[in-house]
Design a protein around this ligand. Structure first.
Ligand code: SD4
Length: 328
């Protein structure tokens, strides 16, 4: 480049910095990138997210804590007798035993989880106790149960709910293990929320895949797979076939994509593309993601149609259909 041309380019660049019109348009670009989002905001997976959001919202108003809110919200689903994928009424493993997974996380990196735990009505609260009362992040199986007893959690009788028993008896006729978690709207609850000041928290709780092998643990209690939260960026949670989500570290991936500048929607879509690429035979299997960024913008995407989520803001609590990679 000639000296003269270089000079003209530099002086144009230099003067642009001081032109009020240009400065204004730069500011506008930044503004456009920031937020059409809303705060406070609570999102949760599937239609059972509606009553869960309601409880979370009430708790947020009561205590002002987004952590309290995401715990209270999913406790609602853990007690929902209609839900066969969350709580002790969930469908059992292939031995006829219901085992639960749950995790909770706040945007400062604090997190706790429990996996393969039996007889505990509220695994999400046990996960919170792991976070707040132990030096660990994750407790599993008998150790998690012993910790629960030590913390004063009541142990429930190990007995399938009527609905779960009927379904299990039916399944035992063929005993075929086939992870069908497609269109039916009963699935894991993952909840993510942001308060008015921009603090984030998330929770995730499930009885996991119906008729799984005894000892199987899904994505929901694995920090980074079923749930990830970072106040600097945003939060994500997952539902669907846990193995496919663990393989791509789904929720962590989404938060990192947002950190690199993707919107929550773009990040969820990219995670679904990655999940499809890394999971053979995914055509028959459902997985879906939910995300929010620190501005309160929202994203959701799934492998197949049928995934929906509940969104609570000051305007109300509504159920929204997610987009999907495959159309049928
Ligand atoms: C799991 N992600 O354990 C869960 C399954 C799910 O209830 O979403 N279903 O793999």
């Amino acid at each position: 480049m000639s000296q003269r041309r270089k000079f003209i380019k530099q002086s144009l660049l230099g003067s642009a910095l001081f032109l009020p019109g240009v400065a204004a348009s730069c500011a506008q670009t930044n503004e456009q990138k920031t937020p059409s989002g809303e705060k406070p905001l609570i999102l949760s997976t599937w239609n059972h997210g509606l009553p869960a959001n309601q409880d979370a919202w009430a708790k947020l108003n009561e205590t002002g804590s987004i952590l309290d809110a995401v715990e209270a919200g999913v406790r609602n689903t853990e007690l929902d007798m209609e839900n066969l994928s969350v709580g002790l009424q969930g469908l059992p493993d292939r031995e006829g035993i219901t085992t639960l997974d749950a995790s909770i996380m706040t945007g400062d990196g604090s997190c706790g989880s429990v996996a393969f735990v039996r007889q505990i009505k509220h695994p999400i609260s046990l996960a919170r106790a792991v976070m707040e009362k132990t030096p660990h992040v994750m407790l599993a199986g008998e150790g998690a149960r012993q910790f629960a007893i030590a913390q004063g959690f009541p142990l429930e009788e190990e007995k399938l709910s009527t609905k779960a028993q009927e379904a299990y008896d039916q399944w035992r006729i063929t005993s075929q293990y086939k992870p069908v978690i497609n269109i039916e709207n009963h699935d894991t609850i993952g909840m993510i929320g942001i308060d008015a000041a921009g603090k984030l928290a998330g929770s995730c709780t499930t009885s996991g895949l119906a008729y799984k092998m005894h000892g199987r643990i899904g994505d929901s209690p694995i920090i980074g797979a079923g749930l990830f939260v970072d106040d600097e960026v945003g939060a994500a949670t997952a539902t669907g076939l846990g193995e496919s989500i663990i393989r791509i570290c789904g929720s962590f991936l989404i938060v990192e994509l947002m950190r690199q500048g993707r919107t929550p929607q773009e990040a969820c879509e990219e995670a679904v593309r990655r999940l499809i690429a890394k999971n053979k035979g995914i055509e028959d299997i459902q997985a879906g993601f939910l995300a929010i960024n620190k501005y309160g913008e929202v994203g959701a995407f799934a492998v197949h149609p049928g995934f929906n989520y509940a969104k609570a803001t000051a305007e109300g609590n509504v159920l929204i259909d997610s987009g999907s990679h495959f159309s049928k």
